[in-house]
Design a protein around this ligand. Structure first.
Ligand code: NAD
Length: 326
């Protein structure tokens, strides 16, 4: 078992990483509390049952799987279910699933009755190493991803790496793109291990190492004013690819893989990045003309009025913020 403590201006919280943790949830949940378990309809039902077992007082809400559910429509539908069931402020929301579940449920938790307690139980690799930690929660609009949201830290993050056994290989590799990003921006050592070792054989270690990097950025810049923007390496073009293809062609991590390559000017770094992306079967080429992505980049909320903060990596393990005009 590994644990990480996150210090936050809003709420300090603990991350627990432990194989088979889903069978020991009663150590962390309160039998007398109402838990609202929010999940998508593709999460293996046995995971929902295991959470239910640890909290007999529960309400299960599911939504259609996929990025399209980070929407006003699903937000409103779920809020309405909470109201129909008279869910009050002493209840706790459990986000059980991937990053879509975490972002949508987190946004609901942050706004329903001005805030309910939130526990993240991430089950995709991307959610375990990234989206469940740091407090960013959001839904999308037609025009831009994550454009309606808030900073709302969970009170606890419970990670069971064994849940990844049922995750498809494509979704596993999708999460690997974010792990590769951590190596690119912060740790040549992690990058080399991802390239040379078998990540699946030592998941607890790789999840822990990834989250230690995330911890550094979110603790030093919780509200994304400067340093934390480095975590957006690959996301400027990445988000644009996702939106250009209407969230249908690429998963989030896959588009980040393309986005990292697009901002890589150093040939040696680019070659290493290509090698590692190929290892995890991530996309490295897309036929779209870059000019067609510009309107989507302009809609991305991370730009200021005059400049775009582009994250660049000229040496693996070191990133910097470059201001560019669009
Ligand atoms: N909040 C943040 O800081 C942050 C950071 C990075 C990404 N994100 C967001 O995360 C989202 C992507 O997350 P994702 O890739 O997890 O997508 P996702 O939530 O859609 O999950 C991917 C798929 O895997 C399935 N799944 C999840 N766990 C499973 C398991 N253990 N076994 C079998 N199937 C399983 C889900 O049902 C879904 O079909 C994007 O919306 C992105 O914007 C947020």
């Amino acid at each position: 078992m590994k644990t990480i403590q996150i210090t936050s201006i809003q709420k300090n919280y603990k991350i627990v990483i432990k194989n088979n943790l889903l069978n020991h949830l009663s150590d962390y949940l309160d039998v007398n509390k109402l838990y609202v378990i929010i999940s998508d309809d593709k999460i293996p039902f046995e995971y929902i049952e295991r959470v239910q077992k640890a909290c007999p007082n529960n309400l299960i809400i599911t939504f259609p799987e996929g990025e399209k559910s980070k929407s006003f429509e699903q937000y409103e539908r779920i809020i309405s279910i909470l109201q129909d069931n008279n869910v009050t402020r002493d209840a706790c929301i459990i986000a059980l699933g991937g990053g879509v579940t975490g972002d949508l449920s987190g946004f609901i938790a942050s706004t329903y009755l001005r805030g309910l307690d939130l526990i993240q139980i991430p089950t995709s690799l991307l959610a375990q190493i990234d989206s469940s930690v740091g407090g960013k929660v959001a839904i999308n609009t037609e025009k831009a991803k994550n454009s309606v949201g808030s900073f709302y830290p969970p009170s606890l993050v419970l990670i069971d790496p064994l849940t990844l056994k049922t995750l498809s290989l494509r979704h596993f590799n999708n999460g690997m793109a974010e792990m590769i990003k951590y190596g690119m921006i912060y740790s040549k050592d992690l990058f080399d291990k991802i390239l040379n070792d078998e990540v699946k054989e030592n998941l607890e270690y790789f999840i822990y190492e990834s989250l230690i990097i995330k911890k550094f950025f979110v603790e030093n810049d919780e509200f994304d004013k400067g340093l934390r923007q480095i975590l957006n390496f690959g996301h400027t073009y990445g988000h644009a690819y996702e939106a250009y293809y209407n969230f249908k062609r690429y998963f989030h991590g896959e588009s980040i893989a393309l986005g990292m390559l697009d901002v890589c000017d150093n040939e040696i770094v680019k070659e290493e990045l290509l090698k590692i992306l190929h290892k995890y079967n991530l996309p490295t080429k897309d036929s779209v003309d870059k000019d067609s992505l510009v309107p989507y980049i302009k809609n991305d909320k991370k730009q200021t009025k005059e400049y775009l903060n582009l994250i660049v990596v000229d040496e693996i393990g070191k990133a910097k913020i470059k201001k560019v005009r669009l």
